[in-house]
Design a protein around this ligand. Structure first.
Ligand code: HAM
Length: 433
């Protein structure tokens, strides 16, 4: 009987792991350029960390169980509560604003479908201790720059942005009150989708009128600020922070990526201000990234008041989009240099040479057996090596080796002490120590 992997969990064979590393590499480079520091937390947390503040949807998807000590625990479904828990007790000592990033693996028991698995990796970038709208622009810009770093432009991906403070103002101008507001958020989130019908009925049952709902349904049509001010003059003032964030993104030269979209609410319960999501421009995939401002979460979890915001960018949808757009790197060689031998007597010299070259940072392979030279060249080719260094008794006695370039076919004898210089001149990559 062969045992299968669990549904919704991935195996990363080397080719897939190379793609993952490519994506993570871009994420890390951009986060570092923004002055973010990397952190991590445990994959298992107490259940209560999520039941308090994450919202029903995510709580329903938890991998949770009672551990051997009788504690209710859960695999982390998102990173934000861990971040809030970690920052809470240390906040006074940490230099602010805190700019932290992490690429955790997260677990959600979701119905498996395109772009949704039961584990995924998520770049989390969060900025804590800054309430002003420039911080919001910084976070949105960081998410866009990860797209740019991976070769995606405004024709490939769009940021859809809104603000819960503005939305609350809009719902109040429409005349919705108290319990209707939460229902209206849920309805907005589902507008234009099959799940909208039940949400609309729930709003009616809670006392909203047809006229109010009709006005709510005009919100997706508002795409520019002037329309917002014309149709909702009283509420537009609640959008001041969002307007400043959009202005800053324009000044950064990133406005081309960004759309005002008043249907963006975000499913998680803790957001208090800016909310945004990144989607592929054709909207054939699920969200690539989601985030926003959550000024109350640190107090609820960590016991300290501090404004905060950030985003989570999943690897699953992003990798699908990169594949669709031909933006994934091709197979990469696993060795730069292959050292071949002519006779068994060359073996000790080859072992010494291979070791020296590896110490110098080159990726080097050789044959464990003593096959014919032609077969060793085939092995070199299969590993993607660009250069073969041939060691033979005659060359050895002259203190030389032969270097053959598999790309242009050029071949020449090189004094052994000069080999490293020749490899560098040929463009062989040295791994940094
Ligand atoms: P989220 O919207 O739940 O936000 O997830 C962010 C992104 O993670 C999604 O847009 C999606 O790309 C990816 N994702 C989520 N669930 C799955 C899944 N089951 N399979 C594949 N990808 C998935 C959060 O988690 C917030 N904590 C983000 C945040 C950080 N907000 C502030 N700081």
């Amino acid at each position: 009987m062969s045992i299968q992997g669990l549904p919704g969990f991935r195996d990363f064979y080397p080719a897939e792991l190379a793609i993952r590393s490519h994506v993570f590499g871009a994420m890390r480079r951009v986060a570092l350029r923004y002055g973010f520091e990397e952190y991590d937390g445990p994959p298992l947390e107490s259940l209560e960390l999520y039941t308090q503040k994450s919202g029903d949807e995510i709580v329903g998807q938890l991998y949770s169980f009672v551990d051997k000590g009788g504690r209710d625990v859960a695999l982390r479904p998102e990173m934000t509560p861990t971040l809030a828990r970690m920052v809470g007790p240390k906040v006074a000592a940490l230099k602010k604003p805190i700019r932290w990033f992490s690429i955790p693996q997260l677990f959600r028991y979701e119905r498996q479908q395109r772009g949704r698995l039961r584990e995924h990796f998520q770049l989390n970038c969060d900025l804590i201790g800054e309430a002003g709208p420039l911080a919001d622009a910084e976070i949105v810009a960081l998410s866009i720059d990860v797209m740019r770093e991976l070769g995606l432009g405004p024709a490939d991906v769009r940021v859809r942005i809104s603000d819960r403070r503005l939305l609350t103002g809009l719902l109040s101008e429409i005349g919705l009150i108290d319990g209707q507001v939460a229902l209206a958020f849920q309805a907005l989130d589902k507008l234009g989708r099959s799940e909208y019908g039940p949400r609309r009925r729930a709003l009616l049952a809670a006392g909203a009128t047809d006229a109010q709902i009709a006005r709510l349904e005009t919100l997706p049509g508002i795409r520019v600020w002037a329309d917002l001010e014309r149709d909702f003059p009283a509420a537009a003032g609640h959008g001041q922070a969002l307007a400043e964030t959009l202005g800053a993104l324009t000044a950064m030269g990133l406005a081309d990526f960004v759309d005002l979209d008043l249907t963006i609410v975000r499913g998680l319960a803790y957001y208090t201000g800016t909310v945004f999501e990144l989607f592929d421009a054709e909207r054939t995939l699920r969200a690539i990234c989601g985030g926003g401002r959550y000024d109350g979460l640190l107090e609820a979890i960590g016991g300290v008041r501090a404004p905060a915001l950030g985003f989570g960018m999943g690897d699953v949808v992003l990798t699908e989009l990169l594949r669709d757009r031909g933006r994934l790197p091709g197979p990469a060689p696993s060795a730069d240099v292959f050292v071949a031998l002519i006779s068994a007597d060359d073996r000790p010299f080859v072992l010494g040479l291979v070791h020296t070259l590896r110490d110098q940072g080159f990726r080097v392979e050789y044959s464990f057996g003593e096959p014919a030279l032609g077969k060793q060249f085939k092995q070199a080719d299969a590993r993607g090596a660009r250069l073969v260094v041939v060691v033979g008794p005659d060359d050895r006695s002259r203190g030389e080796v032969v270097v053959k370039d598999l790309v242009d076919g050029a071949q020449r004898s090189v004094p052994t002490p000069e080999l490293v210089g020749v490899l560098i001149a040929k463009g062989c990559r040295q791994l940094s120590r």
